[in-house]
Design a protein around this ligand. Structure first.
Ligand code: FDA
Length: 392
């Protein structure tokens, strides 16, 4: 039988980081993963350059049934601590936009950094290892795996969320929580493109590839970033961000030209330059294809002089207040994260330990804490993993 002080299940961002911290404290750590390679999501993240944190990480950039839960972990290990770590390993990085930090080179550098540190901390990594059952033992947990039985004092669940099943995502962490009687917040895909049916789908398809700086609003969410038309609907950072606030059946409002009050602009255009075509004026503000498409849809074409206030209002609303009801999202197939998960009410915000089950910890995406787009989800992985790593 394999024996360890700590078993960490899931060698992704959170699992690796926690294993390092526990190993540094002298614990004998086994890090298990069913995949053939560790940290596959780090590898594909940030378009292959890993947006590893965000300079502006703060509790208000995270969604959870308890928005205060993340405060302690983010204080214990913040973005600047992770940036120092990256610098210590001489990994060159840059800020792309809005505080988002990416490797100049490949995301493999972050994986290599974590694997090097794990090796130095004496962490034993066992890949292609599946755990069939978990039982409580006299002084910890007994795991039955394809490598035989494994016993440990502390068990850390870092198996992530449900997004991208073809990369090895499973609902295992949620099942473990249920087995031990811990409550779950309902899960759904987050940071995910919207899909549409009918006319909207058709016009998105025709506009596929066009993008605008837009403001997206839904519920309490409001984001000003790029919006991208795709063959299936809408994507781009503004859409991914707002998708985390969206519930099925809800409308989402997009301002496709957030720096301009279109109605006033159209009226003054009509007064100052009456012979100008509506599409020409719109094309100075929006991609030409989009301008033409919107003008045709609203039925406002030709010279500005020929348009009534009512028509200009309708056109302006279609641009400044475009309200649509997505038919759905692309789901876990492409979602960057899973919203919901192990209820934070069940966990200590200081240690990530289950209050009802001493020795059992949940970290990373499996917990009901989900960051905005832009490096926040990795920061949650590092912060929550760091906390658990100090106590396992
Ligand atoms: P993660 O999913 O990383 O790791 C879980 C591990 O558990 C995996 O190695 C998996 O194989 C293993 N596992 C699962 N079930 C198991 C089982 N039953 N038995 C054994 N092992 C099991 N975030 C960000 O901040 N910046 C970014 O640039 C990006 N980019 C990005 C791109 C894409 C395409 C996606 C899908 C996601 C992102 N993200 C991101 C989100 C980020 O990748 C995610 O939030 C973290 O990887 C979560 O870290 P975890 O360690 O919790 O789970």
């Amino acid at each position: 039988m394999l024996q360890a002080d700590v078993v960490v299940l899931g060698a992704g961002a959170a699992g690796l980081f926690c294993a390092i911290e526990a190993g540094r404290r002298g614990r004998r750590v086994l890090l298990l993963d069913h995949a053939r390679k560790p940290a596959e999501k780090i590898r594909i993240s940030g378009g292959g350059r890993c947006n590893f944190t965000n300079r502006h990480a703060a509790p208000d950039r995270f969604l959870s049934a308890n928005p205060k839960f993340c405060i302690s972990a983010l204080r214990q290990y913040d973005q600047f601590a992770f940036i120092k770590r990256v610098e210590k390993h001489n990994i060159a990085y840059h800020e792309k936009t809005l505080g988002q930090l990416f490797c100049d080179g490949s995301s493999q550098q972050i994986i290599d950094m974590l694997l090097t540190e794990a090796g130095e901390a004496g962490v034993e990594l066992l890949l292609e290892t599946s755990v069939e059952t978990i039982e409580r033992s006299a002084d910890g947990f007994l795991l039955n795996s394809n490598r035989g039985d494994i016993s440990c004092r502390s068990l850390v669940i870092a198996t992530g969320g449900k997004s991208i099943p073809k990369m090895g995502a499973t609902a295992f962490g949620y099942q473990v929580a249920e087995q031990f009687g811990l409550a779950l917040e309902p899960t759904r895909a987050g940071l995910v493109p919207f899909t549409f049916e009918g006319d909207i789908k058709e016009s998105c398809r025709e506009l596929s590839g066009a993008s605008v700086q837009a403001e997206a609003r839904c519920g309490k969410g409001r984001f000003r970033e790029a919006l991208l038309f795709t063959h299936r609907g809408l994507s781009g950072p503004a859409v991914l961000q707002i998708s985390s606030y969206w519930q099925e059946g809800q409308a989402v409002t997009f301002d496709l030209c957030p720096d301009a009050d279109l109605f006033n602009l159209l009226k003054s255009g009509r007064a100052e330059n009456p012979k100008q075509n509506v599409e020409t004026l719109l094309a100075s503000l929006l991609p030409k294809r989009l301008a033409q498409d919107i003008a045709a849809e609203v039925g406002v074409e030709g010279r500005l002089a020929d348009q009534s206030d009512k028509k200009l209002r309708a056109l302006a609303d279609r641009i400044n207040r475009w309200q649509v009801v997505p038919s759905g999202t692309e789901g876990y197939r492409t979602a960057e994260v899973t919203l919901g998960g192990v209820s934070t009410a069940e966990l200590s915000s200081k240690t990530m330990e289950a209050k009802k089950v001493p020795g059992l910890y949940f970290i990373g995406e499996v917990v009901d804490v989900t960051g905005f787009l832009g490096g926040y989800n990795f920061q949650w992985a590092w912060s929550s993993a760091y906390c658990a790593g100090q106590y396992v």
